[in-house]
Design a protein around this ligand. Structure first.
Ligand SMILES: Cc1cc2nc3c(=O)[nH]c(=O)nc-3n(C[C@H](O)[C@H](O)[C@H](O)COP(=O)(O)OP(=O)(O)OC[C@H]3O[C@@H](n4cnc5c(N)ncnc54)[C@H](O)[C@@H]3O)c2cc1C
Length: 399
């Protein structure tokens, strides 16, 4: 019998999951998306561990590597790597390409979407904004429902049973790390930045430090794509529009702009290049969050009822399940899609077992990303006070 999997949300994670399930025997995929075109041009980076071919290369990240070793058992990692090796060559080639550097988000989305359409096994697509009720009424006995609708997840509040109906954020744990401006620009010369560079180019910036992300610069043969972040206060965040350009920043937040400009002047002095075009700036809260329950296993455990979620598995994937700042979310989402596709392919696996395994997996990924994000934030905090020993000591807790 064919198993039907409904994937709601065709962002990067929903699309990858669909492409993985499309070639799974005995599985038919129904993909729903509300947008009619892919317009998000922001440059994103995928983690090299996504295409690692050994445990050693999977643990290559200096902050993440130890956590991976502590959290995952070697056989788990071996199984994940074996699954990656089995991914169809057309899809695997795309992943290899993206993991090499920066890529516009919409080009990832378009390539996946085109790959799905070009393949022989068809996927049923619905172009509509799905409501929670729609999602529930799609579910026939034996179906699986996967919510890949991103950070404002459609079903995160619905996967747990509550007597009075879903309660907003009742199933979400959020850690707000900071508010930040994400500043992106193109630069007409090769440019790279390590920790020494971040320090020296910010030496004259006591308050706002412009911090290019490690590995967040990429030279494509003609231009460097540079992304950096500047921490701002909650009040500054509230006073800014969500997206603006360099001119707005210079007029409305001159102190932040001066720090950024000083940093950019230093780059120009060193490499004799020019900024190409304008700066693109977004202000975002850097939140780390997870769904306390990434599946509806509590509904199943509560026993049979009229509610559709008490009968069929429902799982959250990608930003619906875990969201993290510091540019690692898509990679985590892709990993959750791969794990889910492996679970769905095991046709003899009971629904409860599938949900338990997925919950454990998501919890382990949460521990991993929580530790990595807290460590990055801590390092950034220390960096802010690097020239003030007393302020620095205030932030250190040694033993
Ligand atoms: C400035 C910025 C820079 C970033 N840079 C990086 C980076 O370098 N690396 C990285 O890993 N991550 C980065 N991220 C995060 C990354 O963009 C997200 O983690 C990623 O897009 C999440 O993918 P997703 O598929 O889970 O969700 P989304 O990309 O949010 O996709 C969800 C999809 O579901 C659809 N949808 C939502 N609701 C419904 C509904 N009711 N019915 C039908 N469809 C629906 C949406 O239209 C969308 O297509 C960045 C984020 C920001 C803001």
């Amino acid at each position: 019998m064919t198993m039907r999997v409904h994937v709601v949300g065709a962002g990067p994670v929903g699309l990858l999951l669909t492409a993985l399930l499309q070639s799974t025997e005995g599985c038919s995929v129904h993909l729903c998306e509300k947008r009619d075109e892919y317009t998000r041009t922001r440059m994103v980076q995928l983690e090299p561990y996504l295409v690692a071919d050994s445990i050693e290369s999977y643990r290559i990240d200096s902050i993440d590597g130890d956590s991976v070793e502590a959290i995952f058992d070697p056989p788990e990692l071996e199984e994940a790597l074996a699954y990656r090796r089995s991914i169809a060559p057309d899809l695997s080639a795309l992943l290899q390409g993206w993991a090499m550097g920066f890529c516009p988000l919409n080009s990832i989305e378009r390539s996946l979407s085109e790959l799905i359409d070009a393949r022989g096994h068809s996927v049923e697509r619905t172009a509509a904004a799905v409501t929670a009720d729609d999602a529930m009424s799609m579910l026939e006995p034996g179906d699986i429902l996967i919510d890949a609708t991103g950070s404002k997840s459609l079903l995160r509040d619905h996967v747990i049973p509550t007597s009075e109906g879903p309660v907003e954020a009742a199933n979400t744990v959020t850690v707000r790390l900071e508010y930040a401006l994400v500043i992106t620009f193109l630069y007409g010369q090769p440019y790279d930045c390590n920790e020494y560079c971040k320090y020296y180019k910010n030496k004259e910036n006591p308050r706002y430090k412009f911090i290019p992300m490690v590995n967040r610069t990429h030279y494509d043969g003609a231009v460097s794509h540079v992304t950096g972040i500047v921490s701002i206060s909650a009040e500054e965040y509230e006073a800014m529009p969500s997206r603006f350009d360099g001119e707005w920043l210079r007029e409305s937040a001159p102190d932040v702009a001066r720090s950024m400009d000083r940093f950019i002047e230093e780059i120009k002095r060193e490499t004799e290049g020019e900024i190409l075009g304008d700066l693109e700036i977004v202000r975002i809260p850097l939140d780390l969050y997870r769904a306390r329950n990434a599946t509806n296993r509590q509904w199943l455990a509560a026993g049979p009822s009229e509610h559709p979620f008490s009968r069929s598995p429902v799982l959250l994937a990608g930003d619906s399940a875990i969201g993290s700042p510091y540019f690692q979310s898509i990679s985590l989402g892709f990993e959750s899609a791969m794990f889910l596709a492996r679970l769905v392919a095991q046709r003899d696996l009971a629904a409860r077992e599938m949900l338990d395994r997925y919950e454990l997996y998501i919890y382990k990924q949460w521990l991993r990303v929580y530790m990595r994000s807290k460590m990055i934030k801590h390092n950034k905090d220390l960096f802010e006070s690097i020239d003030e020993p007393l302020a620095l000591l205030d932030k250190l807790h040694i033993y």
